[in-house]
Design a protein. Structure first.
Length: 291
């Protein structure tokens, strides 16, 4: 019953509320522990967990196994059944003993995936805060992933875009240079050097200024890492700098970093955007001398 599972998760997953947890915290990992080894039927039927979870579900006899345990976590397995069926016999326990190693393997995989999911989420959030584009490429130059800044550049399809899942430059001569850089970077192998890749300026339709690309190889992960196939393993990265992007530091940040006044910070923001002092004076409505 989903409601009972929710109640269990909310109220009975700590040693203070679930009398089975202290037992599992001290039992050897992988060992089957029967309820009757630690509680009489009367003791068990007086517990809150029995009366609020197990009795409404019609179950009584139970056992527990600490599948995995460390200082940071406990992965327990709990098994229970109808009281009328009695306790578990030796055939039940023998069958469970055969399953335990496989359940432990599954639990280890689950924990690794949870860690990877958390790490991936944090990295994506970090990369999406960058002002420049980050584009990961596979062994044949196919785009595997890009951050939000990279997606914006590719979606505009101005100078640089994606075609058949790969990067391309709209100017033929520039595209040839881009493909050569990508080819060098993606074929660099396990010991890439600075020569494997390079930089490239990609023109765009005026008045947009050219994009600046840096293509670099990534050290290839060992075969089988994370279970990724060869085609889905990142081997190169492309950094894209857009000089026209709105990545000017905020006036609040400039004021805090350099102890500027509000007007000084506003001027600094204009200069960072590329305006010269005369243009900045016109934008701010003050004299060039003041600037």
């Amino acid at each position: 019953d989903p409601a009972q599972l929710a109640l269990f998760s909310r109220r009975f997953t700590t040693p203070e509320n679930n009398p089975a947890i202290p037992v599992l915290l001290t039992s050897p990992v992988g060992r089957i522990t029967l309820q009757e080894e630690h509680f009489t039927p009367t003791q068990w039927e007086r517990t809150k967990i029995y009366n609020e979870v197990y009795r409404p579900a019609g179950v009584h006899a139970s056992l527990g196994v600490p599948l995995l345990r460390s200082e940071g976590y406990l992965v327990p397995l709990g098994v229970m059944r109808d009281r009328a069926r009695g306790s578990y016999d030796r055939w039940d326990l023998a069958a469970l003993a055969l399953l335990i190693p496989h359940l432990q393997s599954s639990a280890r995989t689950m924990l690794r995936l949870n860690v990877l999911d958390a790490l991936t989420g944090a990295l994506e959030q970090s990369w999406n805060r960058l002002a420049y584009g980050v584009i990961l490429l596979g062994p044949k130059g196919r785009i595997l992933w890009s951050n939000q800044a990279g997606e914006r550049v590719l979606s505009r399809n101005d100078g640089l875009g994606a075609r058949a899942g790969a990067l391309y430059a709209s100017i033929k001569g520039i595209n040839g240079k881009l493909q050569a850089l990508v080819g060098q970077a993606t074929s660099a192998g396990t010991s890439p050097s600075l020569a494997d890749g390079g930089v490239l300026s990609v023109p765009r339709c005026p008045p947009a200024r050219p994009l600046s690309l840096t293509v670099s190889p990534l050290r290839e992960a060992p075969s089988g890492t994370l279970g990724l196939s060869e085609a889905h393993r990142p081997v190169a990265v492309v950094f894209v700098s857009d000089p026209d992007a709105e990545d000017t530091p905020s006036s609040v940040l400039l004021r805090r970093l350099f102890d500027l006044t509000g007007r000084e910070a506003a001027l600094a923001g204009l200069l960072v955007r590329g305006l010269d002092p005369r243009e900045a004076s016109e934008e701010m409505g003050v004299s060039l001398t003041t600037v």
